[in-house]
Design a binder for this molecule. Structure first.
Ligand code: SF4
Ligand code: SF4
Length: 189
């Protein structure tokens, strides 16, 4: 018997049908602008969801294109047809979760991040300090040069988009209130 909590029908056909493939959302989509791939645009993702809805298998490539979506919903405001993209991508992700068991490592990391790390300022601080040391000690450069990340996910291999970490990242100043000063500078209290 199927567990009712894992049943998913994927995106609603009526939502998918609203897309008229005009492409007006493409320029609003950060992943399309960054990667330049139709399959990483709202229109391309909807096309792939339609294929899956019609019986195409859920492939690693499909999962990657759906996962790369930031769910920012910038495409919704650009869409003249009122495609509820946020709802669609959430349903597609639920469908992937229900039908494709995720690797053990991915499930463990996700459980740790959402179930513990993000809920504990102390752990977050310790993680920030460890990441800073990893970067500042040169270990990060060594790991990248060694190629051990080559077998990991694309996101782990890619060059980070973020700025270098500061030693104060997620420090004891977390939660401090800053008062606005008249000259625009800020001061903590
Ligand atoms: S703007 Fe809307 S209708 Fe046009 S391609 Fe994008 S999602 Fe589809
Ligand atoms: S929600 Fe996804 S598809 Fe839409 S603009 Fe944001 S990244 Fe692009």
């Amino acid at each position: 018997m199927t567990d009712s909590t894992t049943v998913s029908e994927g995106p609603k056909q009526a939502d998918l049908d609203r897309c008229v493939h005009c492409g007006l959302c493409l320029n609003a989509c950060p992943t399309y602008r960054e990667l330049g791939l139709e399959m990483d645009s709202p229109r391309g993702r909807i096309y792939q969801m339609v294929q899956v809805k019609e019986g195409a298998p859920i492939t690693p490539s499909y999962i990657e294109h759906i996962e790369l979506c930031l769910a920012c919903r910038a495409c919704e405001t650009a869409c003249p047809s009122g495609v509820p993209y946020g709802r669609i991508v959430e349903a597609a992700r639920a469908d992937i979760e229900a039908r494709e068991p995720q690797p053990w490592l991915k499930r463990t990391v996700r459980r740790f991040v959402f179930g513990h790390l993000l809920q504990s300022p102390r752990t977050l601080s310790a993680m920030g300090a460890a990441l800073y040391l990893y970067e500042a000690s040169g270990l990060q450069r060594l790991v990248r040069a060694s190629g051990v990340l080559n077998s990991l996910a694309r996101s782990a291999r890619s060059k980070p988009l973020r700025l270098a970490l500061s030693p104060r990242f997620s420090s004891a100043r977390s939660g401090t209130l800053f008062r606005l000063r008249a000259n625009g500078a800020t001061g903590s209290r």
